[in-house]
Design a protein around this ligand. Structure first.
Ligand SMILES: Nc1ncnc2c1ncn2[C@@H]1O[C@H](COP(=O)(O)OP(=O)(O)O)[C@@H](O)[C@H]1O
Ligand SMILES: [Mg+2]
Length: 381
């Protein structure tokens, strides 16, 4: 019997292996003859063009990409110059493939066969997703580094400045006292901002306690109704069967405060027509892939904050949870960045859905499960 390695060295064996390798590639690959007939398509290409290899190989490239597609001129350029070309972010979608599809393509001339070219397609959504994850990670790192730096380098001298201003205040005239007061107030404000930033550099895992989300929401609703949202109607629709979540109560209060504050600011212009709705639901079937965990985890607790404000501008949605992103004149753009961090630390997920007359922030969280008691602890009872 010939071994795998021996058969790989025979002509036919190599062919079988090459076909298997190209067939298994995750990105669509097609080979074109000099008249653009499709000679070969791998299985990713079948999925991408929504057609079987046998159908693809009966047609030409023109039948599977839009009329005047930049891919056609790209293939021609490669044929005439004999060199490979990369083109980024072009649209090669067709009605058959479900409308526009942004892709990066690589077109290479096959030197062994006159006029033949190989087209490799990298779907844009995949590239952008990877991009986005990397940027997020970078942003999170730079914010936590900066927060740690701010805490050390600013807070100490600041308390010195404040102390000095207080000393001056004792012998100062009435006019000068206003200035020393200003120094103290502004120092306090900077200190508050640094404290807010410091939360980002705190990488300690939370010590999860069972937290009743309804108690958290009621607390936040109370703070809102007596403060920043005193003129806004806040309705609730709770699912009474909701179990506890494993978490830190104070941090979860902070999360909902930030979300409800944003909602209140979004409906502020609507006056009496503005409304915020808090809903909860228990959805035991929901299992998701979350970063850092291999298995799909159950996140059955759903809490939503709905508002009927004018929504989040389309171009903002992608960067919503990044720090320093704000459309408000005095906004710091740290609210949602903090929400994202705390939700992630709780093993949950947050997503946003918005159009021009409503916005929903949806939080999915795990359920608290009491640790089974050890045999020793049971015996001691
Ligand atoms: N419920 C909402 N409705 C409309 N826009 C929102 C809502 N929540 C957040 N946003 C948008 O997201 C931006 C970032 O929010 P956030 O991180 O809390 O920072 P800030 O409130 O300081 O601007 C806001 O400036 C706003 O443009
Ligand atoms: Mg905010």
């Amino acid at each position: 019997m010939t071994t795998f390695v021996e058969s790989a060295n025979s002509g036919d064996g190599r062919r079988v292996i090459l076909e298997a390798v190209i067939g298994a590639l995750p990105m669509p690959v097609i080979m074109l003859a000099s008249d653009n007939r499709i000679l070969f398509a791998n299985s990713a290409a079948e999925g991408f063009f929504q057609a079987g290899a046998s159908l693809l190989c009966k047609g030409t490239l023109e039948q599977f990409v839009p009329f005047a597609s930049p891919l056609l001129s790209l293939v021609e350029t490669v044929r005439s110059h004999g060199a490979s070309v990369n083109e980024y972010s072009i649209d090669i979608g067709t009605p058959r493939s479900g409308g526009p599809q942004q892709v990066d393509v690589h077109v290479a001339a096959l030197s062994e066969r006159e006029g033949c070219v190989l087209v490799t397609v990298q779907p844009r959504a995949m590239a952008q997703k990877i991009d986005r994850q990397l940027t997020h990670r970078g942003a999170a790192r730079s914010v936590s580094g900066m927060a740690a730096m701010l805490a050390h380098e600013i807070k100490n001298p600041l308390s010195g400045i404040r102390g000095a201003a207080q000393l001056l205040e004792t012998g100062a005239s009435e006019d000068d006292r206003q200035l020393t007061q200003l120094i103290c107030d502004e120092s306090d404000r900077i200190c508050g901002l640094v404290d807010q930033m410091e939360v980002f550099s705190d990488d300690r895992p939370i010590a999860p306690e069972p937290v009743n989300i309804h108690a958290v929401l009621d607390r936040v609703k109370n703070i809102a109704a007596n403060g920043f949202a005193s003129n806004t109607r806040i309705a609730v629709e709770y699912d009474p069967s909701l179990p506890d979540v494993p978490g830190n109560r104070d941090l979860l209060i902070q999360v909902f405060l930030n979300l409800i504050k944003n909602a209140a600011e979004a409906v502020a212009d609507l006056g009496a027509a503005g409304e915020i709705l808090l809903t909860t639901a228990f959805r035991p079937g929901i299992k998701l892939t979350v970063p850092g965990v291999d298995e799909r985890v159950a996140l059955p607790l759903e809490c939503c904050i709905h508002d009927n404000g004018s929504g989040i501008p389309e171009d903002m949605r992608q960067h919503l949870f990044d720090p320093f992103v704000s459309t408000k004149a005095t906004g710091k753009g740290l609210g949602l960045a903090l929400v994202a961090k705390v939700v992630r630390d709780h093993g949950g997920i947050i997503e946003c859905d918005s159009d021009d007359h409503r916005t929903t922030f949806r939080l999915l969280l795990p359920m608290y499960q009491a640790k089974p008691m050890s045999a020793g602890a049971q015996a001691a009872e």
